[in-house]
Ligand binder design. Structure first.
Ligand SMILES: [Ca+2]
Ligand SMILES: [Ca+2]
Length: 161
């Protein structure tokens, strides 16, 4: 009985894994799964949060990926979210976290004319989406606590069932 139940459970999990694009609660876009966290953490704690799921802070690589995320944030009415982008290594050179690959697509906010981003120099080394900036990007001190956006590849070996 127990063995049958377990076999059934394993089969179910196997099926769920084979057909699932992304785990429950995650959004699918193109070849990635995204989790919009509801709890604020520092930038580095946010990465630890994402690592719990085998994911990483989102690396926004294109206009379309950015539009997808901004659309989700508008729907969530979320105030601020971290992404995996930092100039901690070299001031002014924005690289994906943690790969340190230089980002080619950038969407710094010019939404507030007298508050163009990035504007915080050595103080602001981590990038976030801000509601006040119409969900364009701002640089902020990495110690500030915002909600994480995690990303992992679709069909990444994650725990289902
Ligand atoms: Ca900086
Ligand atoms: Ca700033």
């Amino acid at each position: 009985m127990v063995k049958t139940f377990l076999t059934g459970l394993i089969l179910l999990c196997g099926l769920a894994h084979a057909s699932a694009q992304c785990p429950n609660g995650w959004k699918t876009y193109d070849t990635s799964c995204y989790l919009f966290g509801h709890t604020p953490y520092s930038f580095h704690e946010s990465q630890v949060f994402c690592l719990h799921f085998g994911a990483s802070l989102v690396n926004v690589e294109s206009y379309y990926e950015n539009m997808f995320i901004r659309g989700e944030l508008v729907t969530l009415k979320a105030p601020q979210h971290w992404m995996g982008l930092t100039d901690e290594v070299t001031e002014g050179i924005w690289t994906f976290y943690p790969s340190e690959k230089v980002a080619t697509f950038l969407d710094w906010s010019h939404h507030l004319i007298d508050w163009p981003q990035p504007n915080d120099g050595l103080r602001g080394n981590c990038a976030a989406y801000f509601e006040e900036h119409d969900y364009h990007w701002v640089d902020e001190p990495c110690s500030r606590e915002f909600n994480p956006i995690c990303e992992m590849p679709v069909n990444h070996p994650h725990i289902v069932g």
